[in-house]
Design a binder for this molecule. Structure first.
Ligand code: UTP
Length: 279
């Protein structure tokens, strides 16, 4: 069983790249085929043994909360029909897990969103999923792979990484480090840079939206200053821990789709449709 019980979803961002769709609908409710991005994220957390889903939202994200609550009218209308199965997946998640919420009052960056969740998380290790990074796996989910690494290094944070083309490093946090003995896919991180230019980037190993964080991160975030855009970056806070050898970067198995971009969203829909034999 996983020793990590809580998964945090920082979903307070405005999703401006998807306007006008995201004016009234949270980005996380956009579907890949028939299932909203947030539900894929919750199912990944469940696959890694997590049972509390903690969400950092804002007042425009009520639809996410509604999605994980019962809808008696729809349920009554499809009860005992073949369509009943269509609702079962989300009802199953709602029955198996607790959903807890807190609002981020100001958009001050991902680090700030994570810090906002401190009252929901308390003093225990937790996972973070950014649901617009959608991962497809034939075997273990990315978060399950990461929990296995964390169990071997319980005093460390674990970030998921993948190689990206050098001309795209400026969209990501980028790491450098030393391969852990006996592995070819896990690094002890010694450098992390948020959105470097290709010339400044130490490598092309980019952090994607999956983290396992120790509660130590909250004290570090409390003392992390905002960047030049006024945002508190989780990468900067992790760099403080990396200086003490407490961050591991794990090159996961699977395929990630950047559904925060229109191109990645279309690619994900195509890939999932192909997998289901629809196209
Ligand atoms: P993004 O910058 O990719 O998401 O933040 P966004 O702001 O919603 O999208 P665009 O760029 O305007 O299209 C990465 C993740 O961090 C969360 C977002 O919700 C997203 O899941 N986030 C970011 C917060 O929760 N709060 C913040 O202040 C910033």
């Amino acid at each position: 069983m996983s020793i990590i019980k809580k998964c945090l979803f920082p979903v307070a961002g405005y999703g401006t790249r998807f306007l006008p769709a995201t004016k009234a609908i949270p980005k996380e409710m956009l579907p890949i085929l028939t299932k909203p991005l947030i539900q894929y994220g919750v199912e990944e957390a469940m696959s890694a043994g997590m049972t509390t889903m903690a969400m950092v939202t804002n007042k425009h994200k009520q639809a996410i909360k509604n999605h994980f609550e019962a809808h008696s009218d729809i349920e009554a209308s499809i009860k005992d029909t073949p369509k009943q199965n269509l609702l079962n997946e989300v009802n199953y998640a709602s029955q198996q897990c607790d959903f807890i919420y807190i609002e981020q009052q100001q958009m001050l960056g991902l680090g700030h969103a994570i810090y906002t969740a401190r009252p929901l998380i308390g003093n225990e290790p937790f996972a973070v999923i950014l649901p617009d990074d959608l991962c497809m796996n034939d075997n273990d989910s990315v978060l399950l792979q990461m929990t296995k690494i964390y169990q071997q290094h319980p005093d460390c944070c674990v970030v998921a990484i993948e190689e990206v083309p050098m001309n795209q490093v400026d969209k990501y946090g980028v790491i450098d480090g030393e391969l852990l003995k006996g592995t070819n896919n896990a690094y002890r991180v010694n450098t992390m840079v948020e959105k470097p230019s290709p010339a400044e980037a130490p490598t092309n190993l980019a952090i994607i939206g999956r983290y396992i964080l120790t509660p130590e991160i909250f004290d570090v975030l409390e003392n992390t200053t905002a960047d030049k855009n006024g945002e508190i970056q989780i990468t900067d806070a992790l760099m403080t821990l990396a200086k003490h050898g407490k961050v591991i970067a794990y090159e996961f198995q699977g395929t990630r789709y950047d559904c925060g971009s229109v191109k990645g969203f279309v690619e994900a829909n195509n890939a999932f449709a192909k997998k289901q034999g629809l196209i």
